[in-house]
Design a protein around this ligand. Structure first.
Ligand code: FES
Length: 252
C-alpha cells in the first residue's frame, strides 16, 4: 500500500443540512481532511445512484452522500428514498466485487458541524485504507452497473418499493418487506448478469464460454441470460464458427 496515498472523494451534500454543516465547520474552524470535492444538491434524494457510479468511473476513489436526519428532510421523505436506493446500490456493488465501503451515506444537521467533520474524517480513513480505486481493471463491472441502474426493471422496483411495502393495495394487502427484498435481490442479480453479457458482446460476437471467461459467470447462467436477452430482442447470434454460435448485442 502506498503510505502517501490520499483518496479523492466526491461529496454530494444536501443544501439544508450537510452543506450548511460543512459551512458551519468552516466558520467554526473545525478541522477535517481536505479530500472531498463538494456538489451541493437540494436533497439527498436527488442523488441518483448512477451519479455515484459515474464518479467512480471518472476517477474518484470514493463517494460520500450527506443528508438530513430521517424525519428532518425538507421534502418530507426524500431521504427515505435515498436510504432505499443506497441500500440497493451497495447490494449491487457486492455483486461486482467493488467494495461497498467506497460509498457512504451519512446524516448530519446544519448545526452538527463536528458530526459532519467526524463523518468526513472517518470516511476518508476507510477509503484511504482501501487504497486507490483501480478504475481500468474495473471497466466491465462499472459499465454493467451503469446499465443495471438505468434498466427499466431496476428503476421500477426501486420506485415502487416504499409504496407496496408501506401501503395496502385495493385488496387490503401489504407486500411483506422480506418478500420484496428477495424479489428485488433476484431481479438485481439478473439485471446485472444481463448487463455483463451485453457489455461483453456489444462490440464483437462471443461464444458462451468466451462470455463466461470474461464475466466469471457459469456457462449455464450465461445461457439463461442470453435466452432472456434474445427474447427482448437485444442479443442474437452474430455468426457461427464451425458449430459454435457467437452472440452479439445490439444495445447502444
Ligand atoms: Fe436534506 Fe432531503 S432535504 S435530505
Amino acid at each position: 500500500m502506498n503510505p502517501s496515498f490520499e483518496p479523492k472523494i466526491l461529496a454530494f451534500l444536501c443544501n439544508w443540512c450537510s452543506y450548511a454543516g460543512a459551512d458551519l465547520a468552516g466558520i467554526s474552524r473545525i478541522q477535517y481532511p481536505p479530500n472531498i470535492r463538494v456538489i451541493r444538491t437540494m436533497c439527498s434524494g436527488r442523488v441518483d445512484p448512477l451519479f455515484i457510479v459515474n464518479a467512480l468511473d471518472e476517477g474518484f476513489d470514493g463517494v460520500y452522500v450527506g443528508g438530513c436526519h430521517i424525519g428532518d428532510c425538507h421534502y418530507q421523505d426524500g431521504n427515505l428514498y435515498t436510504l432505499k436506493r443506497f441500500d440497493a446500490l451497495q447490494k449491487l456493488m457486492d455483486l461486482t466485487g467493488i467494495s461497498r465501503n467506497r460509498v457512504h451515506l451519512k446524516w448530519a444537521s446544519a448545526a452538527e458541524a463536528q458530526i459532519f467533520a467526524d463523518n468526513i474524517t472517518y470516511v476518508t480513513q476507510v477509503i484511504r485504507d482501501l487504497g486507490p480505486f483501480e478504475r481500468d481493471s474495473r471497466l466491465l463491472p462499472l459499465q454493467a452497473m451503469k446499465r443495471t441502474l438505468t434498466s427499466q426493471r431496476y428503476r421500477w422496483l426501486v420506485g415502487i418499493d416504499r409504496k407496496i411495502t408501506g401501503d395496502k393495495n385495493v385488496y387490503n394487502e401489504k407486500t411483506p418487506v422480506p418478500l420484496f427484498e428477495k424479489v428485488f435481490s433476484e431481479a438485481l442479480q439478473g439485471e446485472y448478469q444481463k448487463a455483463l453479457v451485453v457489455e461483453c458482446t456489444k462490440d464483437n460476437p462471443l461464444s458462451v464460454h468466451e462470455i463466461s471467461g470474461r464475466t466469471g459467470l457459469p456457462p449455464y447462467t450465461i445461457s439463461c441470460r442470453l435466452n432472456e436477452l434474445s427474447q427482448d430482442g437485444i442479443t442474437g447470434i452474430g455468426r457461427v464458427d464451425g458449430r459454435t454460435p457467437k452472440f452479439i448485442s445490439r444495445a447502444a
